[in-house]
Every structure is written in C-alpha cells, then in structure tokens.
Design a protein around this ligand. Structure first.
Ligand code: DOR
Ligand code: ZN
Length: 350
C-alpha cells in the first residue's frame, strides 16, 4: 500500500536522542510525557549546577528513576557536561561502567545554562582523544557565540570555525551535531563519510523564523538554535524523510514555565514531548513518507550509538484530530505544550 493511504502503522518503539528533563518538580511533571512513548532518551546535563562528573550523573540518573511513573519502561542515557577541567579518566570510567553514554559540548554562553561550557578547545583535547579511543560520542551544540556573528549564521559558522578543525584533529571521534537547523549542516553531515550524524528536532521540522516573528512575536516558538528561513526547514524535512542513517530524532524538548518564557528576556526552549510522535507523523504523512518515520525515530539513532533497536512497538493511527492539553501543570508553574498550528490526526495507541 502506498504510504499516503496508510491509516495505521506499527513501528519499533522510538527513542529521543536529545532531551531536557530538568530536575525536581519539573522533572516529575515532564518525565511521564516522554516515558509514555519513548523507550530511551539521551538526557541533557545542563542543570544548575551542570552534570559534570560521573558521580553527578549517577545521582541524577537515580532522581530520574525515582520520578518514573509506576510500570514505565524507560531508560535514561546519561551525558556528562564537558568543561575545560573535565578529567579524561572520569569520562573513561563513566563510559566503561555504563554510567554515561555521551559527552555534551556547549560552547560557553551558547544557550540555557551553558556558562561552564568550552571556550578553548585545546583544553578539552585530552578528553576528546580518550572518547575517540573508547568510541564514546560527543554531542555538540553547534553554534559559535561570537557577538559579531549574526544569530542566524551561528550554526553555519560553527561548521567552518569549530567542527571542521576539530574533526581534523580528532578524526576518530564520533560526533552528533545536535538540533541542526540549516541546509549547511544537512549538507555537511551528508558529505561526511564517517563518525558524524545529526539530530533534528520536531519543532524545526515544522516552524521557520516567520512563525516566531511575523504577525507578533511568539515566545513559545523561541529556542536555540533559532529556527531559520523556510528553505532550511525544507532541507531538514528532506533529511528526516530520506531514511539516511545519519539523521535521527532528538526532540530537544526543553520545558520552561510560562513566566520564564513570557518576560522581557524570555528563555529559549520548546516543550514538544507530549505530542512529538503525532507532530512527526503529520510531517512524514504530508510528505508521503510515513514508513520512514521508523528509520528516523527508532532505527538510525541506535545504530549510530551502537545500541540495539527496541523490540517493543508502538502503533500510530490516523483519525479525528487528537485532543491534547495546551499546558501541563507543574509545581513550578504551567508549561505550554508546542502548538504546531495544524490539527494532529495521528495518535499513539496507548
Ligand atoms: O532552546 C533551547 N533550550 N536550546 C538549548 O540548547 C537549551 C534548551 C534548554 O535547556 O532550555
Ligand atoms: Zn537541548
């Protein structure tokens, strides 16, 4: 049957290769939204203070496990926040013990809670060399932070100024360019022959910069990297629906309370966890490539991380528009759920 005629599709259970769960009351509220549909997720370490050491990753993982709803089958894959003082041997031990799956590189000041990130890449070379040796991926927030670089050019500039030199110096390092937003990044990943992959978020497949800025500013569409012009969004969709193994889902679902988003200096981050699979299905279905959703959400990520694909499945079915709450309530305040601007016809059968 052609993809366009499908009204039901069973796929391996998906994983989220880039997720912010936060801590405390927020963790409690948002974790069930991911655990409902996803088997595993790469957990971002940008807490305050950040998750830098293996000891911190162990205690954070325990807090996540404690917050899981009864009966949920969900495995958090922990990351360590790379700083200029990270101990290569701590990273090696964390990987060997199964405590950390990847290391996260934030250029200092690039985004929410990234003040302890890297300024001088020579200072982290020792860690990167150990990671290359043991096959541990580096997840990269790929934006330069130079104030003279336009915010819409920061990702493209990162490729030339940081990523290319870094990959030359440590060619065996496996790198995930996270939440790519540009044709430039898609082309760069596609042109590489090994050790490079990219995650794509749900929201960057749906919104462009007009959605944020035209007809009144929409703080709930503001995230980093910021969405680019329409041609870039189209390039992301093409990469996602292609089935190319180097592209996979990392939602970057990043909850902030409404007061934190709706202020003079609002936080970056879009909360997509509750409806991500429905949103993705809409995108893949519209492109006539519904069956490729499994490669993107369930198969390509595990293959890059050298983990088995999940054996359990989920079933997506198409019907009347899905009803979902506009907000979730947390003890810290309400968090707005991403509104894609169109009806969602695909639901995940529970
Ligand atoms: O929009 C974003 N929000 N981008 C990031 O890189 C960080 C994230 C967050 O932690 O809120
Ligand atoms: Zn993120």
């Amino acid at each position: 049957m052609p993809d366009r005629q499908l009204t039901s599709l069973t796929i391996r259970r998906p994983d989220d290769w880039h997720l912010h769960l936060r801590d405390g009351a927020m963790l409690q509220a948002v974790l069930p939204e991911t655990a409902r549909h996803f088997a595993r997720a790469i957990i971002m370490p940008n807490l305050v203070p950040p998750v830098v050491t293996s000891a911190q990753a162990v205690t954070y993982r325990a807090r996540i496990m404690d917050a899981l709803p009864q009966g949920a089958d969900f495995t958090p894959l922990m990351t360590l926040y790379l700083t200029e003082t990270t101990d290569p041997e701590d990273v090696r031990a964390a990987h060997a013990a199964g405590i950390a799956t990847a290391v996260k590189l934030y250029p200092a000041g690039a985004t929410t809670n990234s003040a302890s990130g890297v300024t001088d890449f020579e200072k982290v070379r020792g860690v990167l060399e150990v990671m290359a040796e043991i096959g541990m991926p580096l997840c990269v927030h790929g934006e330069v932070t130079d104030h003279d670089i336009d915010i819409f050019d920061r990702e493209a500039m990162f490729i030339d100024r940081v990523l290319k030199p870094l990959r030359k110096k440590v060619p065996d390092l496996k790198i995930v360019m996270e939440h790519v937003t540009t044709q430039d990044a898609v082309d760069y990943v596609r042109d590489s022959n090994k050790n490079l992959a990219a995650t794509i978020t749900t929201h960057h497949l749906i919104i462009n910069r007009n959605h944020i800025l035209a007809g009144g500013i929409k703080p709930h569409f503001y995230c980093l990297p910021v969405a680019k012009r329409e041609a870039h969004r189209v390039a992301l969709v093409q990469a996602a629906i292609s089935g190319d193994k180097r592209f996979f889902l990392g939602t970057d679902s990043a909850p902030h309370t409404d007061p934190a988003k709706l202020q003079a200096c609002g936080c970056a981050g879009i909360f997509t966890a509750p409806t991500t699979m429905s949103c993705l299905a809409e995108v893949f279905d519209a492109a006539g490539r519904m069956r490729k959703i499994e490669s993107f959400a369930s198969l390509n990520g595990p293959e890059f991380y050298k983990l088995p694909a999940n054996t359990s499945t989920i079933t997506l079915t198409k019907g009347e528009p899905v009803q979902y709450p506009s907000h979730i309530q947390t003890a810290d305040g309400p968090v707005t759920v991403f509104d894609p601007g169109f009806d969602l016809h695909w639901r995940v059968e529970e």
